[in-house]
Design a protein around this ligand. Structure first.
Ligand SMILES: [Zn+2]
Length: 256
């Protein structure tokens, strides 16, 4: 396509999009309902979301009762420090954030990605500053082939566009397919993914000595993130920071 054609096609697409939003008002990411506003989230729906940026545990992003500042670490992380060096989450995973998270994960709805990346960039601004490379939690190649996309890879790309930090989709490799983590206890989840990841030998140069920002859509028990961190540290990453879109805070919200 020559440049003029490309420009025309882009103008046509922009025109269609604005016409589309006139004929079909935006569908809120949170409720899925049409609403009259311009944004992707109806104002009433936005108010239902719980953002975690700020005063959570520095190690696992769990909200803390009081803001303990940079030293704020929850009792669980003091007793059993996570393998990664810091963790941040944009949203609490709950009734309000379940639909956008599942629409992204299971239905491949992409129109919220730039918004999610902005929220994640805000929640993780300190660890993003320190990061050299963004790495998403990978799917096994067979799962990727059947689903056609990796939602964590989409989030990592959107965050890379937002922050200008480089992103590597293949720094980590899933060495075996693992059954879904749903309906498993924390211990079963850890056993299920233990040893399921490795640092890809051809990417060791970019991992060794690097500060890695590990991206996933949801932090449930941290089992997958711990297995990925172990693989990155085995590949001699200097530090691993976890950044997720949503974090399960109450065990009753574990539906994923
Ligand atoms: Zn913690």
């Amino acid at each position: 396509m020559d440049l003029d054609m490309h420009r025309m096609s882009r103008a046509a697409k922009t025109g269609l999009r604005s016409l589309g939003s006139f004929v079909w008002p935006s569908r809120s990411l949170v409720s899925g309902e049409h609403h009259g506003g311009d944004g992707l989230i109806a104002p009433d729906d936005f108010a239902k979301l719980t953002f975690l940026s700020g005063s959570g545990c520095q190690k696992c992003a769990l909200p803390l009762e009081a803001d303990l500042g940079d030293a704020g670490i929850c009792a669980a992380c003091v007793a059993r420090p996570p393998k990664w060096d810091a963790a941040r989450a944009a949203l609490q995973y709950d009734d309000a954030s379940r639909k956008p998270v599942l629409d992204l994960k299971r239905a491949g709805r992409r129109d919220g990605l730039a918004t999610y990346a902005r929220w994640m960039a805000l929640a993780g601004r300190d660890i993003i500053d320190r990061a050299d490379l963004i790495v998403p939690v990978p799917l096994h190649y067979r799962r990727l082939a059947s689903r056609g996309y990796n939602q964590s890879g989409w989030l990592a790309d959107a965050l890379s566009r937002q922050t200008g930090k480089p992103c590597s989709h293949d720094a980590l490799k899933r060495t075996r397919p693992t059954p879904t983590q749903g309906n498993r206890s924390a211990r079963e989840r850890h056993l299920n993914v233990r040893g399921a990841f490795m640092a890809r030998p051809s990417r060791l140069k970019s991992i060794e000595g690097a500060h890695i920002l590990l991206i996933d859509d949801v932090f449930t028990t941290g089992a997958t993130l711990a297995a990925c961190t172990r693989a990155l540290k085995k590949g001699k990453a200097a530090e691993v920071y976890v950044l997720v879109l949503a974090r399960v805070v109450r065990p009753s919200d574990v539906t994923i």
